[in-house]
Design a protein around this ligand. Structure first.
Ligand SMILES: *[C@@H]1O[C@H](CO)[C@@H](O)[C@H](O)[C@H]1NC(C)=O
Ligand SMILES: *[C@@H]1O[C@H](CO)[C@@H](O)[C@H](O)[C@H]1NC(C)=O
Ligand SMILES: *[C@@H]1O[C@H](CO)[C@@H](O)[C@H](O)[C@H]1NC(C)=O
Ligand SMILES: *[C@@H]1O[C@H](CO)[C@@H](O)[C@H](O)[C@H]1NC(C)=O
Ligand SMILES: *[C@@H]1O[C@H](CO)[C@@H](O)[C@H](O)[C@H]1NC(C)=O
Length: 628
């Protein structure tokens, strides 16, 4: 065909080009109409000859066949037990479906048998190289390789920046599969049946989303800014917080959206670089709050997501927990090191969770904060309740939910010792030397915006601008309006701004812990402080708002930022409103914030558990109606 000289020329030309590197990134398939992904690296090999396997599998066109590895199939395994097991798999695992029973692998102790369902034939399997956990898998008919099955979900709420999958070397990669025609990110979740919780791995199999300000080895960090995402390469290490969750067995399924650089942005006009996630509650067009917007929206919407790691500097976990109807904790300041996390203000930055399940919440907190969260620093719950901003009577449905919760809490704690706290009045009437100004807003109003604006600009923005300029011929990157005005405000007070703000913060903190809510040796915290979280009020995301302003002012939600105390959100109910979107009555979550003295996080978690056991707290459902 080719003249010899041409042939030799081509051989030489081919030798001169670099050889291709081809990477397997897994395969997408459907089983009974559901989208799945077969992971790229195999977890086992069925050591039959290729001929044996293909004859067993009747030479189907497709190489991958669904397979269920059955746990617990002893010699006395009966057909009733088989049905019970399959029912259990269906009930506890969203990845398993009966299509995976096409082939089943039974461990009869002395013998492994693979059954072929439609034909009822079976054959012994001799070469199972290691035991793998029960659950649905995919097997290659040509090679006998067995791959984990991931179910694919569309991120229809826009809560994630990307799906994520663990590599075998401990790093992570962006999830490669995509559901076609979904116009959304695809998130893959492995079968829940693969994992068993142990003392060492209390989070085994727990599906975790991570706010995209936490570094994860192998992945880029985006921080809600396109220029930032583009500029830096993938991180090589995960920080302390993320590493602890991984070590405890958590399965990171994706990185989740943050408002830009974790500053407070309201949907939709503040969100210029990326679109704000959708809050599933009510009519679906309410602001999801920020900055842990993705974690809040995801937990409020997705059964497939168990818990999310967020951060709270000035309300970034609490706000999204309140309006998306979850539980969320701003912990006592300093419980876990924040290496590998974007700073907003190190004096106030904290790492915490958003979840629907108060028990998982506590377990995850014990993993994240290790010995810094104590469950033994109190003998009993406080008998004193402080309320701030509570209604005296229920003029709305939401206020009724709030007052009902308070009444139940009083009964639960066997106390009637509830005092309405007015922070402004108490400040005016008590000592707080060396600051004698009796008007608290004079002292505290600027502290938050000065700290975040100046600290973030100095620690984070300055090197980012320099790196960006070096890579782009001196240009400045695009920044959303909110962080820009905050940095401008914070830096307008000069180089000592943060020190001056911290001086006021320190005075406030010591006033709070001596005058308002001191620690206690028996109850950890002298009192439990409650304030309304969300009252089913609307913040429509299709409203045009005014230009952003610096977050000055003082209110009860600022106290934990300054006094370093825990502030947890409990979603306690819902209330109806007339939606201008659906033109129907819809419901939105009602939540309460619970504060205690610094270091009393364990006490609040214990309270949540006991209130759950007592039926006073309930696990919210996902979707439009938290409590159907
Ligand atoms: C299915 O789950 C139930 C309830 O947890 C359990 O009692 C039963 O033993 C399980 N069935 C099998 C076959 O494991
Ligand atoms: C406990 O908190 C301290 C102070 O913030 C911190 O230095 C330490 O690393 C924390 N310990 C653990 C186990 O996280
Ligand atoms: C309420 O509790 C505080 C402190 O625990 C105590 O000093 C006060 O006497 C109590 N008041 C009532 C009415 O029990
Ligand atoms: C600190 O408090 C004083 C009032 O005593 C006030 O004049 C000053 O502006 C405050 N500083 C900051 C940074 O907020
Ligand atoms: C919704 O509108 C209807 C009709 O005006 C009214 O009867 C109802 O009370 C409203 N519901 C709420 C929760 O405001």
């Amino acid at each position: 065909m080719f003249p010899n000289c041409r042939y030799a020329e081509i051989v030489l030309a081919l030798a001169a080009v670099t050889s291709a590197t081809i990477a397997q990134t897994g395969q997408t398939v459907q089983v009974n109409g559901v989208d799945y992904f077969a992971a790229p690296s195999s977890v086992n090999i069925i050591d039959l000859t290729a001929d044996d396997i293909s004859s067993a599998l009747r030479g189907e066109d497709m190489d991958l066949v669904p397979l269920t590895v059955l746990g617990d199939s002893s010699n006395s395994f009966t057909s009733d037990e088989f049905i019970s097991l399959v029912n259990n798999y269906t009930a506890t695992d969203d990845v398993f479906n009966t299509g995976f029973l096409q082939r089943t692998l039974h461990d009869f102790g002395t013998q492994l048998i693979m059954f072929d369902r439609p034909y009822g034939s079976s054959q012994p399997v001799t070469g199972w190289r290691k035991s793998i956990p029960p659950g649905p898998y995919f097997m290659s008919a040509s090679t006998g390789h067995v791959f984990q099955a991931y179910r694919l979900y569309s991120d229809v709420q826009g809560a994630f920046t990307e799906g994520v999958i663990a590599n075998s070397d401990g790093t992570y990669s962006p999830f490669s599969a995509a559901i076609s025609g979904a116009q959304s990110q695809t998130i893959g979740v492995p079968s829940r049946l693969y994992y068993t919780k142990t003392a060492d791995q209390p989070l085994a199999g727990v599906r975790l989303g991570i706010k995209d300000i936490y570094d994860i080895a192998g992945l880029k960090s985006g921080l809600g800014n396109r220029a930032y995402f583009d500029l830096y390469p993938p991180r090589t290490v995960s920080g302390t917080a993320v590493s602890r969750l991984i070590a405890a067995g958590a399965i990171i399924i994706g990185k989740m959206k943050t408002s830009q650089f974790a500053n407070g942005e309201t949907a939709t006009d503040d969100w210029v670089d990326y679109h704000s996630p959708y809050n599933a509650r009510g009519d679906g067009y309410q602001d999801p709050s920020s900055s842990s917007s993705g974690p809040g929206a995801g937990i409020g919407a997705y059964e497939f997501l168990d818990i999310a790691l967020g951060s709270d500097t000035g309300g970034s976990i609490r706000g999204p927990s309140q309006v998306n109807g979850c539980f969320g904790n701003r912990p006592s300041h300093g419980l876990v090191a924040l290496d590998g996390v974007m700073p907003l203000s190190p004096d106030m930055d904290t790492a915490g969770f958003l979840t629907r399940d108060p028990l998982l919440w506590h377990t995850a907190a014990q993993v994240l904060y290790e010995t810094n969260i104590s469950s033994s620093n109190f003998e009993s719950f406080p008998k004193k309740i402080l309320t701030s901003g509570f209604p005296t009577s229920a003029t709305t449905e939401a206020e009724g939910v709030l007052l009902d919760f308070l009444a139940k809490l009083q009964t639960f704690l066997s106390t009637t010792n509830t005092t309405a706290l007015n922070v402004n009045t108490l400040w005016a009437g008590t000592e707080h030397a060396p600051i004698n100004d009796p008007i608290i807003s004079n002292v505290m109003s600027n502290v938050y915006p000065v700290l975040i604006g100046s600290e973030q600009f100095n620690i984070f923005t300055t090197p980012f601008y320099a790196d960006y300029a070096a890579a782009h011929e001196g240009r400045r990157p695009f920044i959303d309006p909110v962080p820009l005005i905050r940095w401008a405000f914070g830096t307008s007070f000069g180089p000592t701004a943060a020190d001056m703000a911290n001086a006021n913060r320190t005075v406030f903190k010591s006033w709070w812990e001596t005058v308002v809510n001191p620690p206690s040796t028996t109850t950890c915290s002298d009192s439990i402080l409650l304030y309304p979280g969300s009252l089913a009020q609307t913040t429509y995301r299709n409203a045009y708002r005014s230009a952003p302003v610096p977050p000055t002012g003082f209110s009860i939600s600022r106290v934990s930022n300054f006094a370093e105390v825990p502030d947890f959100v409990f979603t306690i109910g819902q209330a109806s409103y007339n939606s201008t979107i659906t033109l129907q009555e819809e419901v939105l979550p009602v939540s309460v914030d619970i504060m205690a003295a610094k270091g009393c996080d364990g006490m609040i978690f214990a309270l949540a558990k006991q209130l759950l056991d007592a039926g006073i707290l309930k696990i919210p459902a996902t979707g439009s109606v938290p409590f159907p």
